[in-house]
Every structure is written in C-alpha cells, then in structure tokens.
Ligand binder design. Structure first.
Ligand code: 2AL
Length: 163
C-alpha cells in the first residue's frame, strides 16, 4: 500500500491495514489517529515513539500472535505468513530444532512466557545463542529486551507494509 493511500483511509481501515504488525489494538489506534504522515520516516518515528509506551500487559497481548521460534505459525492470516517468512532462516536442521525446543522450554519455565526475538536477518544458530544468553537475564532485564525485540519486529513489518 502507498503511504498516501494509508493517510486517506478511514480510522477502521487504517487500523486494519497495520493489524499484522502487532496484536496491540491501542497502538494500532494511536498510529492511525496520528495520520497524515508526510513520509515513511515520520510514520516509523511516530510508531516507534508509541511503541515505547508498551508495558507488560501489551507485551502479553502481542505474544498471542507470535509462534514459538522454530515452530511454524499456523493459519493463513497475514501475520502468520510473516512469521513463517521471518523464521525461515531457522531452517530444518534437526539438532538445531531440538536445541531450540529445549531452550524455549527452559526460557518459558524461567520467565513464564514465550521467548520473542526479531528473527529477520538472524540464523538459527544466532537465535539459539541469543536465547541462551537471555536465559541468564533477570526478569527486569529480560522484560526490557523482549519489549525491544517486539518493537523491532513491529517496525520492520510496518516499514515493509508501505515499501
Ligand atoms: N517467538 C518469536 O520470536 N516469534 C517471531 N519472531 C519473529 O521475528 N517473527 C515471529 O513470529
């Protein structure tokens, strides 16, 4: 979609146009309400600033739309298709898949929620290394890192929506 088109949509249509970026309705409403955007830089800047407001509740809500790393997102909606593409780099190596499964479980036991990472541009091995590194975080450190990763995924998806 062109940014000019996005600027002219109704509020509901604009929110629907960015629904695949992140499952946080409050953010989608605020990004749509801040239109019109003069250019992509203004959109990304505003979307990023709004994403800085995300708290633990927003994070939990967003996780419902992200499959575990290494697991294929089910369903045909756009967000699932994006997850599959973002995670394509994880590849099919059985040993790596097994190591990711074990590390994901350890992470979920320690932090009580899914491990989230911006997978785009990362190999499966790099993701596993990050997962193991972050396992050593305190809950506070990990909340900050996980929110930052959610922002990266969201802004990447937003950027390519209007590329
Ligand atoms: N658990 C995850 O990290 N999921 C994901 N990371 C991405 O970059 N896309 C996903 O769906």
């Amino acid at each position: 979609m062109r940014l000019e088109t996005f600027n002219q949509l109704s509020a509901e249509q604009a929110q629907a146009a960015i629904a695949h970026c992140v499952a946080i309705p409050r953010w989608r409403q605020a990004v749509a309400a801040a239109r019109p955007y003069a250019n992509m830089a203004a959109l990304i800047a505003q979307a990023g600033a709004l994403a800085q407001q995300w708290d633990e509740a927003d994070f939990s809500q967003a996780l419902t739309a992200h499959p575990r790393i290494g697991e294929r997102a089910a369903g045909e909606e756009k967000a699932a298709a994006l997850s599959r593409r973002e995670q394509a780099a994880v590849g099919q190596d059985a040993a790596l898949q097994q190591a990711l499964r074990a590390a994901n479980l350890a992470y979920e036991e320690r932090f009580g929620h899914l491990f989230l990472i911006r997978a785009r541009g990362r190999s499966g091995e790099a993701i596993l290394a990050e997962l193991r590194r972050r396992l050593a975080n305190t809950p506070g450190e990990e909340q900050r890192e996980a929110l930052a990763q959610l922002r990266e995924i969201t802004l990447l998806r937003l950027e390519e929506s209007f590329a």
